[in-house]
Design a protein around this ligand. Structure first.
Ligand code: C2E
Ligand code: MG
Ligand code: MG
Ligand code: MG
Length: 287
């Protein structure tokens, strides 16, 4: 390989890198038609209340059923869609589908469920700067009949680092309407904790890297201290804490003891079709 050979040598061919570049290029050019052809679909992963184990809602996670490559995860195509701007119509499609789905769950459950199911949708930084964000969201909520309080938009910590007021304005408008804003992958960026007060955020989603430190019982004491500190700070700022990547019962138990509010991970369920979420929530509601 050119890199390991070092120095100012000629670039040697790297067939794997070439293949990756070709696929990337192919996927990028195929994206717009994929949206027209309805090749995207959404899986839902339950959000579980750590106190009583009940299903409170789900996160919507987009996938692409590519005619040649099969099912592709978002890490394969979201960066490409962001690069070309297709993320705006794609993100709007995800929001519309998920909000409608949440409304449907609510209608099918209304009698049994204690609290109406909620839906979390990821927003890319490009969507934040798109002028239609607030009006599109209002429109989608109104047409579906979902109350704004049942929607949570997830924005990564890195997207909001150093955000100026112009960037925060649309999020503030949405928060004032009652939409929850979650800071996703929290702990992976470099945000100043005091900065949190400035953001229109009501939920911290603690990154999976923290949960990983708790796979064993007892967990790494330093990891425990860090999570404990974050939870204390979050609660003192009136923020709820959701943890991602919970894979074992031991993790769930320790995170519950540390005071985390909501959990998400393979221990409860992998992302799946909407009927699966419906079943999980229903079993839960009827005992
Ligand atoms: P994220 O928002 O942090 O979503 C959580 C990711 O962790 C998901 O990966 C989920 O499948 C995975 N996960 C959940 N539980 C576990 C677990 O117990 N163990 C492990 N190892 N992983 C777990 P996924 O579906 O591949 O999504 C990756 C990322 O793609 C998401 O990270 C999100 O940033 C982005 N993404 C997904 N859907 C959308 C979308 O509609 N719009 C935008 N802009 N981004 C999206
Ligand atoms: Mg997320
Ligand atoms: Mg996350
Ligand atoms: Mg994450």
């Amino acid at each position: 390989r050119a890199k390991s050979a070092g120095g100012n040598r000629f670039e040697l061919a790297d067939p794997e890198a070439d293949a990756r570049a070709i696929t990337r290029h192919g996927l990028t050019t195929a994206l717009p038609a994929a949206l027209d052809r309805n090749e995207f679909f959404i899986e839902y992963q339950p959000l579980v209340h750590l106190g009583d184990g009940s299903v409170r809602g789900a996160e919507a996670l987009v996938r692409w059923l590519h005619p040649q490559h099969g099912v592709l995860g978002p890490d394969r195509f979201i960066p490409l869609a962001e690069h070309t701007g297709l993320i705006v119509p794609l993100g709007r499609w995800v929001l519309e589908q998920s909000v409608r789905q949440a409304r449907e769950w609510q209608e099918r459950h209304c009698a049994e469920a204690a609290a109406p199911l909620r839906i979390n949708v990821n927003l890319s930084p490009c969507q934040l700067t798109h002028p239609g964000l607030v009006s599109d969201t209002v429109d989608i909520l109104e047409r579906s009949g979902l109350e704004p309080g049942a929607l949570c938009l997830e924005v990564t910590e890195s997207a909001l680092i150093g955000a100026d007021d112009d960037l925060l304005k649309p999020l503030r408008r949405l928060a004032e309407m009652g939409v929850d804003i979650a800071l996703d992958d929290f702990g992976t960026g470099y945000s100043n904790l005091a900065n949190l007060r400035r953001l229109p955020v009501s939920i911290l989603k603690l990154d999976r890297s923290f949960t990983q430190g708790m796979q064993q019982y007892p967990a790494d004491p330093v990891d425990l201290k860090i999570v404990e500190g974050i939870v204390t700070l979050a609660h003192s700022l009136d923020l709820a804490v959701t943890v991602e990547g919970v894979e074992t019962g031991a993790q769930a138990e320790q995170l519950r003891i540390l005071g985390c509010d909501t959990a998400q991970g393979w221990y409860y369920a992998r992302p799946g079709p909407p009927e699966r979420l419906h079943e999980l929530a229903l079993v839960d509601a009827t005992g």
